[in-house]
Design a binder for this molecule. Structure first.
Ligand code: GLN
Length: 485
């Protein structure tokens, strides 16, 4: 029986003929079916995936196996455009919308022989931390159905967690890849802002959004990053920096790293005491292994969640104004609505509660009387954070923090308290505010049985060093045993 361990092993199995792409896709389809109660997928492209598999099997038979991701089975978050496949951002307002083009990341996956198996559930317009704000209903954590998988890319995390695909793409505006990766016990990478083109990614907060990757191991994540990174003329914020061969680069021997641990992050009152204790023990181990580990003061921590929510809601209020019932998706069916009432009616009916809350908050912080008090000040915080980050990376290679203050929480627990929900983003939004890459590594297990991760960040465009470091950590220090589901 084929069990997936890594893309490399899968490719070996394909070459020896012990498995075919068709058999692989069939196995995944069968699992997706078996685990449909997790609600991770909102659309499965079974026929297409099977015929892509046949085409690839044929290619291999004729001796021309092409593509770094030949036959790799990938799920994509429902905010990524895949030509002629409905995309809705898990919102009623986009019901029936069919994109006319592929997101660049999706296109580049396909060019390398990947098989897109379906679209994955998420929080509406990627706003949330628990995947409970979805028109398709909540996603369940495969380890305990009463718990949330995290969000907003909850479906993407669970799809990898439960072995429903090999790799998935999510988006990360404030932690939406790293936080669900932490809650589900998988690897989640958010690259540097500008590393991966955002063309074809439905915008939430454009100066924060970045496509991220979920996987079970570092070499797979490195390979996928290598494929989707690079300059794209259709996204003016995508970077022209050359893309290293991450998959090869990570094979070089590990080095000694200068690691900064943020003191205020480790001492924060919201941090679960057991997570604190295990992470402290872990940093001692790193020291013992010869790394230079230093606890540094980071007194800006309490400003980052407020700054994030001011700036992202401001950007969201502008980005989401395009959903007006004229250009995309659904329009109110009420014939009485008239003009301009149908705008209001369409938006009232089409957006969920959290999205409305954020549009209102965003227009408020941008309104003339409050602009200086909120938006401008939050921009100032962003600038101060960026300057401080530069100073830290003058002295250190890596910043380490917990990924999330707690393990996965119960469904419904934070739905009536948005501020409590927002505070769960304490450690992740920093990387988006300053545009640096961050990864969550599933190294630990809590006594409550759930996994939790550690977050590592490097300076901008230092993904290679981040991945190399991560690979070493996963090899040396992973105490979380991934269960077979
Ligand atoms: N939880 C954060 C929010 O609700 C992050 C979302 C994201 O990264 N898309 O905004």
């Amino acid at each position: 029986m084929f069990t997936f361990s890594s893309i490399r092993e899968y490719h070996k199995a394909l070459l020896t003929g012990s498995i075919s792409c068709r058999e692989t896709v069939s196995l995944y389809l069968e699992r997706i079916n078996r685990f449909s109660h997790l609600n991770a997928f909102i659309a499965v492209y079974a026929e297409e995936a099977l015929s892509a598999a046949d085409r690839l099997d044929q290619e291999r038979k004729s001796g021309c196996q092409s593509g770094k991701l030949h036959g790799v089975v990938i799920g994509i978050k429902d905010v990524l455009c895949y030509r002629d496949h409905p995309v809705t951002a898990s919102s009623k307002i986009l019901e029936g919308f069919n994109p006319l083009y592929n997101a660049t990341a999706v296109e580049w996956l396909l060019n390398q022989g990947a098989i897109i198996i379906g679209h994955l559930n998420c929080d509406e317009f990627a706003m949330g931390s628990s995947n409970e704000n979805s028109v398709y209903g909540r996603v369940k954590n495969a380890l305990n159905y009463d718990l949330v998988p995290g969000g907003s890319s909850g479906g993407s995390a669970v799809a990898v967690q439960a072995g429903l695909c090999m790799i998935s793409l999510g988006s990360d505006t404030g932690g939406s890849v790293r936080q669900p990766a932490d809650f589900c016990g998988v690897v989640g990478l958010k690259p540097t802002y500008g590393r991966v083109s955002r063309y074809g990614l439905i915008a939430y907060a454009s100066s924060f959004d970045q496509i991220g990757i979920f996987g079970t191991n570092i070499p797979d994540v490195a390979l996928v990053l290598e494929v989707i990174s690079g300059f794209d003329g259709r996204d003016s914020t995508s970077s022209r920096q050359t893309v290293p061969e991450y998959s090869r680069g990570i094979q070089e021997p590990a080095s000694i790293y200068r690691i900064a641990v943020l003191k205020e992050a480790m001492e924060h009152p919201s941090l679960d005491p057991e997570i604190r204790e295990q992470l402290s023990r872990f940093t001692e181990q790193l020291k013992a292994a010869g790394h230079l580990v230093e606890e540094i003061s980071f007194d800006l921590l309490d400003f980052i969640v407020p700054a994030y929510y001011v700036l992202t809601t401001a950007e969201a209020s502008s980005n989401l104004s395009r959903f007006d019932g004229v250009r995309y998706g659904t329009r109110t069916a009420d014939p009485e609505a008239g003009y301009p009432g149908f705008y209001r009616k369409t938006r009232s009916e089409g957006f969920g509660k959290e999205v409305k809350r954020r549009i209102l908050l965003g227009t408020f912080v941008l309104s003339s009387g409050y602009y200086e008090a909120y938006f401008t000040r939050a921009q100032q915080v962003r600038k101060i954070l960026t300057d401080r980050t530069r100073l830290i990376f003058n002295q250190f290679d890596i910043i380490l923090t917990p990924t999330v203050p707690t393990t996965a929480f119960r469904a419904g627990e934070k739905m009536t308290d948005p501020v409590a929900m927002y505070l769960a983003d304490l450690y992740t939004v920093y990387a988006n505010l300053v545009g640096i890459p961050g990864i969550s590594l599933p190294l630990f297990q809590h006594s409550n049985g759930m996994p939790f991760g550690i977050q590592a960040m490097t300076n901008r465009f230092q993904e290679l060093s981040l991945l190399r470091f991560s690979k070493e950590l996963m090899q040396q220090y992973k105490s979380y045993e991934t269960p077979t589901l």
